[in-house]
Each structure stands twice: as C-alpha cells, then as structure tokens.
Design a protein around this ligand. Sequence first.
Ligand code: B12
Length: 209
Amino acid sequence: MSLDQLSKLVEDGEKEASEDMARKLLADGTDPLEILDKLTQTMQRVGDLFANLDIFLPEVMLAGEALTAVVDIVKPELKSTDRVLAKGKVVIGVVKGDLHEIGKNIVKLMLETNGFEVRDLGYDVDSLDFIKAAEEMGADFIGVSSLMTTTMPRQKELIEFLKDKGLRDKYKVVIGGAPTSQMWADKIEADLYCEDANCAAEKMAALIA
Ligand code: B12
C-alpha cells in the first residue's frame, strides 16, 4: 500500500481500486495533501503519455475520473485539518471552451481548506459570467483557469472586460492552469499567477492580509 500504487491505479483509470487505496492510505495516516500532490504529478504523466500517443483520450478520461473520485474522498479529510483562516471571497471557474476542471477543483478545495469562501462556476464559463458572479458575491478575487493554449486568450478577455466596465481595480484576478505562466500573467496584467493549488492558497492569503 503506497502512494506509488495509488498513482498507478489512477493512471490506469481503476476508479474503485483507487478509491479503496485512497481510503486505506488516509486510514494509515497519509497526509491528504501528499495524496493530492502525488496525483497532480500522475495527471502530468498521463498528459505526457497522451501527447506521445502512448495512450488515447478514453484512457485520459478514465484517469481523470479516478482522480476526481479520489479528490472526493480526500476532501473531508482536508477540511478537518486545522488551518489558519485567511478569509476572502473568490469566484472561480474554467474559461469558455475549456472542459478541464480537475486542477480548478483542487484549487477550490485548497482555498476552502484555507478559509476562503468560494463560488465555483464550473467549466466552460463565459468571461461576462465571471464578472456577474463576482459582482453578486462581492468577491475579492476572480480565479480563472485555462488548460489549453487555445483558451488562454479568454483570461485576457476577462481582464479587458473588467477594464471596459471600470471594474478592474475592484477585483484581484488570479490565473492558473498548466500552459499559463508568470510571463503570460504579466502580459495580460493579471494580479497573480500560481502554478499550483498550494501556492494559490498561500499567495492569495498574503495578498489579502
Ligand atoms: C485530464 C485531461 C483531460 C480530461 C479532462 C477531464 C476533466 N474533467 O477535467 C479530458 C479527457 C476530458 C480532456 C479533454 C481534452 N483535452 Co485534455 N488533458 C488532460 C490532461 C492529461 C491533464 C489535465 C489535468 O487534469 N491535470 C491535473 C491537474 C491537477 O493539474 P492542472 O490542471 O494543471 O491544475 C493545477 C495547476 O495548473 C493550477 N491551476 C489550475 N487551474 C488554476 C486556476 C487558478 C485560479 C490557479 C491559481 C491555479 C490553477 O493548480 C492546479 C492544481 O495544483 C492534460 C495534460 C496536462 N499535462 O495538463 C491534457 C491537455 C490539457 N488536453 C489537451 C487536449 C488537446 C484535450 C482535447 C482537445 C482532446 C481532444 N482531442 O478532444 C479535449 C478538450 C476538451 C475541451 N474543450 O476542453 C491538451 C491541450 C493542448 C493545448 N492546446 O494546449 C493537453 C495539454 C494534452 C496534450 N499534451 O496534448 N483532457
């Protein structure tokens, strides 16, 4: 019973066996954050296998489903850990045209665990709907995820819309997703770029403190 075994089960898309293994690891005292970190690496490997045509879309989907199932099991364990309340309101979602939501879900989980109130808009979210939700919620942050080079321009679009509406200074725009970078964040004038969920929780807490 090990994290490596869990990683292999997720990679192979063995959903039930992954769930069982995750439960056992947690019962054995494994840090839930370690499980999330490991599985983030697993999905990166799955992505490489996919890019090299060693596996195909159905296998990626099965791995994604297994990972999502494990995240659901890990979630309550994370919430029970004692953490400093950072407090801040966040609207989060994945940009229009993009269905990749696993990373965004992990970021959401980490933010909630760290005391943020999060409104999750899901995936394939129109830029104007981010703004509408932020206005309704009185959010401090708008978190925008994009997993494809083809959908990254939507992050820029959102910031442009905020400027057009005279709302740019009202919200801190935080961007993330594998193809994004600090350079991209600077270019589109986002307030913050985070490469992973841990960094998001830390940097956003620091920004609001
Ligand atoms: C799983 C996956 C899928 C799953 C998604 C399942 C789901 N429910 O989300 C499925 C099978 C559905 C899928 C579909 C497709 N996919 Co896909 N997919 C992936 C894969 C393998 C992993 C993504 C993932 O979940 N990673 C694990 C998570 C934990 O990591 P993450 O998303 O990067 O998130 C972390 C950080 O980036 C950050 N973060 C993420 N979001 C945010 C937001 C904020 C605010 C912050 C602060 C931080 C942050 O924190 C997260 C946690 O630490 C990637 C490969 C890769 N290396 O990224 C390809 C990949 C993204 N897909 C790709 C492609 C091409 C597709 C398809 C077009 C395939 C097709 N031919 O149909 C479709 C697109 C559908 C669409 N319109 O979106 C390409 C994109 C290429 C590009 N143009 O950039 C990739 C890169 C694969 C490749 N190498 O070719 N995919």
